[in-house]
Structure formats: C-alpha cells, structure tokens
Write a protein that binds this ligand. Sequence first.
Ligand code: GTP
Length: 596
Amino acid sequence: MKLIRNFCIIAHIDHGKSTLADRLIQACGGVTQRDFHDQMLDSMDIERERGITIKSNTVTLEYTAKDGNLYQLNLIDTPGHVDFSHEVRRSLMACEGALMVVDASQGVEAQTVANLFLAMEYDLELLPVINKIDLPAANVDRVREEIDADLGLDPFAAIPVSAKTGQGIEDVLEGIVHHLPPPTGDESAPVKALVFDAFFDKYRGVILQVRVMEGTLKPRDTIHFMHSDRDFTIDELGYNQFKLNPKKKLSAGEVGYIVAGVKSVQDIEIGDTITILDRPADAPIPGYQPAKQVVFSSVYPMSTDEYQDLTKALEKLAINDAALTYEKDSSAALGFGFRCGFLGLLHLDVIQERLQREFDIGLVISAPSVKYQLMLKNGETLEVDNPSYWPDPSTIDSASEPYIRAQILTPEEYVGPVMELCREHRSESQTMNYLSAGRVEVVSEMPLGEVLFDFYGKLKMITRGYGSFDYEPVEYRKTDIVKVDILVNKEPIDALAYLVHRDKSRARALHYCEQLAEEIPRHQFKIPIQGAIGGTIIARATIAPYRKDVTAKLYGGDVTRKKKLLEKQKKGKAKMKQFGSVNIPQKAFVSVLRAD
Ligand code: GTP
C-alpha cells in the first residue's frame, strides 16, 4: 500500500488538465505510442470537440521513481464543470491527493478556488502545478504569488511544467510520489468500497469504478450496495489500463473496476458504498449525496413520428448517465415528449447535442426552469418545475426558489459592470475581495433561475473573456413567481408558457411575442399575439392580415407549374401546427425558445 498513490487533477477549464493527464500516461508507458491519441481520457465525441471533460475516467499507471521503487499511480480524472460538482466530490473521495493545475498565463480562476475548497473538505494533500510555461505570456512568478495569496498553498512547492512540450513532467511524477501520501486501510477488515463512477459497455453491461477503502474484494463475492440495498455477484474485477485488466483481488487502498451483471447505471447509485453480503461493514462511507437535478426542461421531437426514436435515445443515454431523469410529458402544441431533469445548463446542452448528433433527432426544447417550492393556502406544499402544473395563483400562499452563491473572479477594471450584471440578475448581496495582481473576487447571492439565461455569456462579454464564474447552491428563498401564458389569436400555447419573477415577466413576454410575430406567416385575418398573467395582458404584438397566393406571380398559362406550386404549399402546411384557426410553423417554437 505504501507504493500506491491515488490522485486526481483539478483545474479551471482549459488550464490543461487533460493534456497533463496525457503526458503523465505517456511518461509511464500506460499506452503504446501507436495507440496514443491526444486527450486519452476524454472519450466522448462532444468532449473532444468542445475540449471539455464531462465524464471522468480512471487509469492505473506504473512508475519507477528515482528512489528505485515501482509505484502504482491511480489517476482519477475529474470533470471540470460546475454542473458536475457531485462527480468531482465522488472522485475526490477516492483520492489522497490532487494536482492543482494553474495556467501560467491566466493565473488562478474561480474554479481553481472552488475546487481547492472542495479538495480541502476531503483533506486532500495538494500539489500545485503551473502549466503552459512554454507560452510567451507565461508569468510563473506572478502565478506563484497567486498560489500563495489566493490559494494559501506553498508557492515554492509548485512545479512549473509544459504539458504541451513535456517539460517538467518527470518532476510532477516525482512530486506525486514524494508529496502525496499513500492510502491507508485494513485489507482484512469487512469490505467498504466507494463506487465513484460507472459506465455502460455494450458487451459487459455496467462497469463500476471503485476505490476500496477497507477489506478485499474477489471474483464471485456477492456484493451489497448499502444505500440502494441491492445485491450482485462479481464476475470480474481488475485495473483500468485503457483496457480492463483482470486481477484476482482488489484490496484496501486500490482503485479498479468491477463487472457484476448490473444492467443500467440507473440501477445503482454513484457514491454508494459496496460491502460483502456475508460479512458486511457496519456503516457506509460517510458523505453520500445523491445527484440532484436542478434544471428541468421538456423535450419534444420536431416531428411526431420521431417520438419512438426519442424514447429509445433517452433510454440509451440514461443507461450511461445516472444523473439524467426523464418522464413522459405531453403538449397540445407539440405532442408527446419528455420532461427531463438535468444537473445544470451544460448537462442540458450535452444531452441535447447528443440526442441531435448521435441519434439524429430534431428537437424542440422548452425554456429551462428551476424547481419552485409552493406553500398553498390550504397548508399543503408543492414542488413545481413545469409551468403546466402551476396551480391557480389565488390558491398560492407563498413561493420560494433556489438561490446560489456565485463566485466571480474578474480583473479590477470590470468590477463595476460585473456588479451591475449581478444586480440585473436579481442579486441580493454582493461582497468584494481584492486578490493579488489587480484581480477581484465578487461573491453574490442570486437565484439559480437567473443564471440559466445567458449569464455566463454576458459575463464573458463584459469582462472581455477574463471573468470566470462558479457557484454553489445555498437555500430556497421567498420569491414572487408568476406563470406567463403566450396566446396566439386568444389561444394559450402550452409549450411556450413559462415561470418567471414578476419583475422580469414583461420583458420576456414581449420578446416571445415579437419573435412569434416574425415567425408565424400572415393569415387572411389579423392575429393578435399576447403575453398574459392570468387574465392580464402584459405584452402584445400583431400579425397583419395578408392573402398569400403563391400562384399570383404566374400569368395564367402553365397549369402543371401552378399545380406543383400548390402542392408545395400544401407540403409546407404539413409542417405547421393548427391552433384554432392559426397555423404555427414548428420552427417558430424552435426560434422563440432558442433565442431566449
Ligand atoms: P477541461 O477538460 O475543459 O477542463 O480542459 P482541460 O483543463 O482539460 O484543458 P486541456 O488539456 O483540454 O487544454 C486546454 C488547451 O490548452 C488545449 O488547447 C491544450 O492544447 C492547451 N494546452 C494544454 N497544456 C498546454 C501547455 O503546456 N502549453 C500550451 N501552449 N498549451 C497547452
């Protein structure tokens, strides 16, 4: 056990975590040169394209250190985005130490600090790594100062490297061996193993990623999941070495995989503790929290005959993504679809993109919403994330919405606009801390619902790309939420209804009305488009009447052409939805909801 090191790499997005992981893998000969492709650990297409790590992967490496010993290094890759902080937590629990990567030209950023706090919560030993020293803009001395002042870590322990050129990689490996502690645990104690990740393999079923804390696991042991209370028998276990490398046992301190006939990741819970049925541990590993969906949205196929495809695609995605929830939903406007729960906006984006790209399904996605808590006048409580289920306002005593503590790091000169942006997004309190080198940390408590709509994009814009943002949930607070209906020719269109703070209701309603007015073709009569709270109209736009005769520009004569055109017009109509007497093209929904 003395020769094992379990560690992860934590960093702000883009600071080079995956590239560093690649170099460490190469340096340890974890994969042959021929098999090597950049970003070994980022396996999903979207991850590769966007250059962000979504799902974490783990690998066992062997390193012969300068002291002559052969060490087993378990590198546990962690996702870099706030949406996946519960996954980061799971990964941190499996480690004794972490490399904290800071970009030599960018310096410490919001996620670096947020990740540092997380790592400290789990008592990890931290080794700072200053990456990208090959860049002309690299300023190692300034970053050392920030590591000291902003992170409170030893600036002289920091290892300067270039993950790109490979410079300093051996120093990192020596640092891991000498600065990070080995695991502890008793190989003969009753088994406690943390399931920190799981993925689905077509042929093998679910592959569990575990860190054994106590005891020893062997093939054919019957394992018991302590939180979900389910039992499975181990078919195979071993190390992750880019392929599954079977072993005879996994003992305290080790990290590896288990195949045990689990059919879907939805059958288990990531973060659960495994023990052995015959000789169970008395208590699970502390700190378990189930993944929590905070953003909800309805997903409809663009055309109704794609509903079956959508059903199958969601089933497939959920097999591999325990954090995705979905249940049947239906809309008068868009037909059958699903109400989905996501960990955050990026998670929603990822799922949406995978549905469209991997499964080739055109989608209409309703405006994302948070979950509101309602206190009704009859004393009942209710949780609502779907405008369709919003009760009659006269029955509501009070409503609350989830708040976050947002942490924004920005260069000093943009503090004014950043504070203004927070206020526009209903921030309730703002505090400022001056950090080193002209940078300021703005901490602001605001509703989660407010950052769902392009907050990050605006922040990046007003800080010229230098601002960074992270958040943690705090609590539910009282709020004044209303349901806004969008009416086309006096008919409410259910898929466009949304829940919003009263102060913001009018601006958004106006935006929806104007967008619809642009997208809905003229009819033979005037069409009013209105936004309304209950019976009160708060916004409106009008489509003037117009008789569209596609054959008008043909002077008599050519009958076949005329027929063809009329045929074409009929086809165009097929993609429209009839609402009362108004036809709304499907793409109107897409553009209204997307432009939001
Ligand atoms: P996430 O997965 O999104 O968290 O990003 P990451 O931290 O894994 O960053 P990644 O390894 O994808 O690197 C981000 C970018 O920086 C890529 O374009 C890399 O090629 C580049 N990069 C990484 N390390 C170095 C380095 O040492 N020098 C230079 N010049 N570029 C680097």
